[in-house]
Design a protein around this ligand. Structure first.
Ligand code: ADA
Ligand code: CA
Ligand code: CA
Length: 237
């Protein structure tokens, strides 16, 4: 959660109201998950979760603000605080220029078989754990590109303990990571995951990959290594 204040170095009280009021008007408090079919262009409007979706903390089982049906596109949306469980994709989906201002339990979750997912543009801030949670079943492909993250656990995590596991592939390109972080990509080496990272710039001493032994029993996965192994984790310049 971000503690957010507006510093006004000059100007009257009236100016302060005039500047904050329109923003509040544009925010949409989402009480029931918005189902997206086809294309939803948010035109940079800000959405926040109502209490029924979740508080944006780390408890599992919160609801998303947006749920994309297979093939749907969501673009130009700001997700404010609280963000609950962010965005869910049931299958293939396209997330263009989405800004998570204060990531909730996670920012986006990917599901389904043969799901081709593209995250292009946008940013995520102040995540406590995972940003992109990949729970997909077999087939398909995930691309994360032209993205920046500031404060995160893992930018990407192939689910370590989902009941339906699969070999999941991700391509991560043109990404900038700042602030505290744990790893860019978390993958399960024993399940055939593979992540390729290209032009990923990381601030501080954060490993590009964390390699895990995944399971399908809901257990906490075991960490195997933090070194790219050229297979489950490949780094290109
Ligand atoms: C954790 C949890 C998974 C799944 C995931 C999610 O990783 O262990 O089972 O719930 O979060 O989708 O948020
Ligand atoms: Ca989670
Ligand atoms: Ca989640």
């Amino acid at each position: 959660m971000v503690a957010c204040g507006v510093a006004m170095s000059f100007g009257s009280v009236r100016l302060a109201f005039a500047e904050s009021a329109p923003r509040a008007d544009r925010d949409e408090v989402v009480e029931q998950t918005i189902e997206v079919k086809g294309v939803l262009d948010g035109r940079n409007k800000r959405f926040v979760a109502g209490g029924g979706l979740g508080d944006g903390g780390q408890s599992e089982g919160q609801k998303p603000i947006f749920e994309l049906t297979p093939g749907a596109t969501l673009s130009n949306v700001k997700i404010g605080s609280p963000a609950a469980d962010g965005v869910h994709c049931q299958g293939s989906c396209y997330l263009f220029n989405i800004t998570w201002e204060d990531v909730g339990e996670d920012a986006a979750t990917f599901r389904g078989r043969d799901a081709t997912v593209v995250v292009d543009g946008g940013s995520a801030s102040n995540g406590s754990d995972k940003i992109f949670q990949d729970n997909r079943e077999e087939g398909g492909f995930l691309t994360i590109k032209n993205f920046s993250v500031d404060g995160y656990g893992k930018l990407y995590r192939s689910c370590g303990n989902c009941s339906k596991q699969a070999a999941r592939g991700v391509w991560i390109e043109n990404v900038t990571a700042t602030g505290e972080g744990e790893a860019i990509a978390g993958v399960n080496t024993n399940l055939g995951d593979w992540a390729t990272l290209k032009n990923v710039k990381v601030d501080g001493d954060v490993p590009l990959c964390k390699l895990f032994e995944g399971n399908d029993r809901g257990e906490e996965p075991r960490t195997m290594s933090e070194e790219p192994d050229g297979k489950s984790c490949k780094v290109e310049e």
